[in-house]
Design a protein around this ligand. Sequence first.
Ligand SMILES: [Zn+2]
Length: 226
Amino acid sequence: MAPNRRAFLISTAGALATAGLPAAAPAANQKARMPASAALKNLMDGNVRFVTGHTVSHPTVAGVRELASGQSPFAIVLACADSRVPVETLFDHEPGDIFVVRLAGNFVSDAALGSIEYAAAVLKSPLVMVLGHTSCGAVQAAVDGVQTGKKFPGHIQILADAIEPAAKAVEHEHGDWVHNAVIENVRLNVRKLKESQPIMAEAVKARELEVVGAVYDLRTGAVQLV
Ligand SMILES: [Zn+2]
């Protein structure tokens, strides 16, 4: 482990409730020490490269091998499972850069929260982005449920139920109901992460972690903060 990273870990060890958590392997990727503002710039600059066709990321087996001893992702992204939202691709980054949690509707389930807490508290990622996207089928399902009382088979109803508060919150707003609900769902889950006790809320309070929300546009490839 690099001396400066060891010092960083020692300096922050007492601030988070990490007792009992598995220790992180030594970091191969040194980007994790960047401040949250730089991490966000890193993501957004990568998205600009993606949109403009100037990508620089080319994952290789050699790069993968360098990461085999440990990871130190500079950002955590909670995104939809939709096949059209490939997180590393749309941010023009490589394996080891982004800790990605994906599930349909990009909401904070218990398992998603545990994953994010691990990346924040153990891997020391300084930034979480909740990333919704336009024309999200899970959000559409939630809106359909509110609008018509429609129920979905199997465990799909769990998704609609989780996003229902966002759908209801914007029911009477002007504009497209589904699009407004996509944005509201991102904002509600950003708030949920910031207020989640004990790990997330304490890390945010200690200014070790920032949580932001954004929406990915399927038509343009652009990510916009919301
Ligand atoms: Zn979706």
